[in-house]
Every structure is written in C-alpha cells, then in structure tokens.
Design a protein around this ligand. Sequence first.
Ligand SMILES: Nc1ncnc2c1ncn2[C@@H]1O[C@H](COP(=O)(O)OP(=O)(O)OP(=O)(O)O)[C@@H](O)[C@H]1O
Ligand SMILES: [Mg+2]
Length: 342
Amino acid sequence: MAVVGVMYNLKGDPPEEGEPPDLGAELDSESTVLAVASALKAFGHDVCLIEGNDASLSELRARSLDIVFNMCEGVRGESRESHIPAVLEMLGIPYTGSGVLSLAITLDKPMTKKVLAYHGIPTAKFRVFASENEIDLQGLEYPVFVKPSHEGSSMGVSPSSFCAQPLDLAREARRLLKLYSEPVLVEEFLPGREFTVGIIGNKNPLVFPIMEINFDLVPEDHGKMYSRQFKTDWCDEAYFSCPAQVSPELEQALKDIALRTYRALDCRDLARVDIRLDRNGVPNVMEINPLPGLTPGYSDYPRLAEKGGWTYEELINGILACALKRYNLLHLMPPRSCRQIA
Ligand SMILES: Nc1ncnc2c1ncn2[C@@H]1O[C@H](COP(=O)(O)OP(=O)(O)OP(=O)(O)O)[C@@H](O)[C@H]1O
Ligand SMILES: [Mg+2]
C-alpha cells in the first residue's frame, strides 16, 4: 500500500463585484476531495490531504509521500494546472495524471487546437483575440462560438456565446475580454450532436461508454450548448444519454478521435474529450480535459465510468494504479485487486 497525498484546490468565497460570476467553478468542493480520499482508504492506502498552493513546497518536503493523487486546478495564471505537477517533479514525487507540458497546453484551448491540427485531428476553424484591437469580424463563417481561451467547467459559456452575425461577435468578444481578462477564442459553430468520451489507462487505454448531451429539453432561447447554466441547472439523467445511441461507425469514429487526441497531447492515466459533429456529421474535438471533474454522481467522468460498470472506488483506485504502474511502483499496489488496465 502507498502513502498517498491527495492534492486539490477548494472553492473559495463567492466572486466579488466585477469578477466573473462563475469564478472558481472548476475548483473542488470539500465533499469531492473527501470522496477521493475515502475511496483510496477503502483500498488500504494511507491518505493525507494537501491543499495545492504556495505553501505546498515546504509541506511536501516535510512529508514522506509515495505518490500524489493530483486534482489541483491551480490558484492563478494561464499555466495554473501545471504548477503543482512542476513542484512535484522538482521534488521527485510521483503523481497521477498528465504531466506539466500536457496540463499547460490543454488549459490553453487555441494551443491545443494547433497541436490537433498538426496531427490532422478535426477541430473547428478559429481565431484568437487577445485585446479589443485584435477583434476581427471577418474570416470565419457565421455562426461562430465565443469562449474564454483558458477556462473550464463552461466558464464564460452562455447563450451569448452563439453569435449569428458580426455585431453579436463584436459585443460578446468585448464582454468576455473585459470580464475574464484573457484572450477569447472564436470558433466556427459546430451544429451537430455533442458527445463526451472518458478514457483511462496508458499503453492500451480503455474508453468508457460514450455519453451524448441531450439538448431536446433545453429551452429554445438557450440554444444547443453545454453551458454553465446547463451544468448547474440541468443535471438529471434526462439531459444525457449514455451509452449514446449511435451507429457502430460513429461510435468507432468517436473512440478513435478521442484516443488520437489523448495521444497527441501526451495525456496520462485519465482524460475526457469533448466532441461535436460538424455540419457534415464529422466529429470535431472541442477540447480535452486531463483533470476531469471527479464529483461522485455529478461530474461527467465518474458518470461515464459508472455506465461502464466501475464503482467510484474502483475508478479512483484505477487511476492511482495506472500511475503506480507507470512509475514502476507495483509493490505499492493494494492487495484488494484493481481492475486491470494496461
Ligand atoms: N465551436 C463550438 N461549436 C458549438 N458549440 C461549442 C463550440 N465550442 C464550445 N461549444 C459548446 O460550449 C461547451 C463548453 O465548451 P468547452 O468544452 O470548450 O468548455 P469548457 O469550459 O472547457 O468545458 P469543461 O466543463 O468540459 O471543462 C461545449 O460543451 C459545447 O456545448
Ligand atoms: Mg468541455
């Protein structure tokens, strides 16, 4: 068994005036951290909880950890998800999940799309505006979709992200630039069905049953998007279909593009890939999440795993087992058997 440090960033105080209303949406609640810790304990590991912040360096030095279960979304900055992994690497402490470079690239959606393009993986045509002066209303086919470049949990994604014409784009791009103080990403709108695909493993990664986001029950004026409002208000089963009802060809295409994306970004142990079909029915990657939410019964990733027959405990310990294997730490595997993943 291992001594496992569970590292995380907790949700803080509600946002203040002038700050984005969805600030901190990607951070974890205490109950999620405790759920991960108790899953690890159930398999016999010794667990300690460590908040990932500027005190982590000395705290990590003072402890003798075998491995860290990394859930840190970071405190600030455009590379915030890679800060704690960088510290862990410097200290020589193994950790679960993707490495520093993958976490930095995948938090940057435009950079991720450049890597995807290099690999010939379909992704919507796009532009990035770093400031109001750069806003360019030409060059992309309307409608377009606007979102912040470096966020997750659908922060900044709302009905006004859908822009049917240049005036809408000018207004929304300015609004997001001001509110989030970071570049905005403008993409051609992908009008087709939406799927999310969960992956676990390394050499021969396993894909959980694919989930389709069901927009049929969403009010007409909201539009077909997995917005911040969708993720907070419309959580019950009716809004999702898993396994997605797709032809065997489409299922294979979705699995293939998800795994190609996972490999292209050098992801490790786990990730979730968000995909939409373009107007020709071709799957396009919107983004990959190497630190998918792990809230039991709510986050997409554990829901996908559950549909694949994995309990929450098996999933969390499966992720740890992938990392232990990668670091050749098989002697730290618990006697209670983990599912076999290559
Ligand atoms: N080009 C696009 N065309 C159509 N819809 C889009 C496009 N880009 C994003 N969306 C919609 O916005 C949602 C959020 O976008 P995206 O997955 O990039 O954001 P995120 O905040 O990183 O999500 P997550 O919660 O998975 O971290 C998508 O699930 C999709 O519904
Ligand atoms: Mg997403």
